[in-house]
Every structure is written in structure tokens, then in C-alpha cells.
Design a protein around this ligand. Structure first.
Ligand SMILES: [Mg+2]
Length: 112
């Protein structure tokens, strides 16, 4: 069992259980569909808590976000991308867009 992982370690470990989606373009398509499906499962839990009166279930949310993360790693791997690079590029993009944290003015007048 593992406790804390870097994204690089996670991507490698997640890849151990990949393969059912095939390879090449098929693997990329299956990972995209899986990512959307798991994001939908997460959204459905939130919908049930918001609209159907279900109790806040932190463990269930955590489990679905883990499934999202797995398919995100699978999507990155199948596209030949590094999950840690994706994370750092995304953070750098947001730092450039919102240098002092999010604000509505910067959002409305985005230059990128
Ligand atoms: Mg799931």
C-alpha cells in the first residue's frame, strides 16, 4: 500500500492496471470516455446531495475523484503526456492569468 504519491509516481502506478482499453488511438478514446463517465459519477453524487437530500458522503466523493484521477492519468499516458508537467503548466497558466489570485475583473478581461 502507498500513502502519499507524486503525480509521476501515481501515473506510473495507475498504468499498472491499464490496458483494457487497448492501445494507440483506441486507448486515448477509451480514456476520454472513462474520464467523462467518472466525472459524471462525481457530479451525480453532488446532484443527489444538492437536489435529493442525500447526506454529504465525503468517502464516496473521494472514491469518485480517485476514479477521475485514474482516467486522467490514463488519458495523459495514452497521449504520451506527463501528468506532473500538465499540473505545473496548468498552475503556471493560472498564475499568469490571476497573479494575485482569482478576481472577476481579470476573468472578464482575460488576454489568453
Ligand atoms: Mg466511479
Amino acid at each position: 500500500m502507498t500513502d502519499k504519491l507524486t503525480l509521476d509516481e501515481y501515473q506510473k502506478l495507475a498504468n499498472r492496471s491499464a490496458g483494457a482499453g487497448g492501445d494507440g488511438e483506441r486507448r486515448l478514446i477509451v480514456s476520454a470516455l472513462g474520464l467523462a463517465g467518472e466525472a459524471g459519477e462525481f457530479a451525480n453524487l453532488v446532484k443527489k446531495m444538492t437536489a435529493h437530500g442525500h447526506q454529504f458522503d465525503k468517502k464516496a466523493l473521494e472514491d469518485e475523484l480517485g476514479d477521475v484521477l485514474w482516467y486522467l492519468a490514463e488519458a495523459a499516458t495514452s497521449a504520451g503526456l506527463d501528468l506532473e508537467n500538465i499540473a505545473s503548466q496548468n498552475v503556471n497558466k493560472l498564475i499568469n492569468r490571476y497573479p494575485n489570485g482569482f478576481n472577476q475583473e481579470n476573468s472578464i478581461h482575460r488576454t489568453d
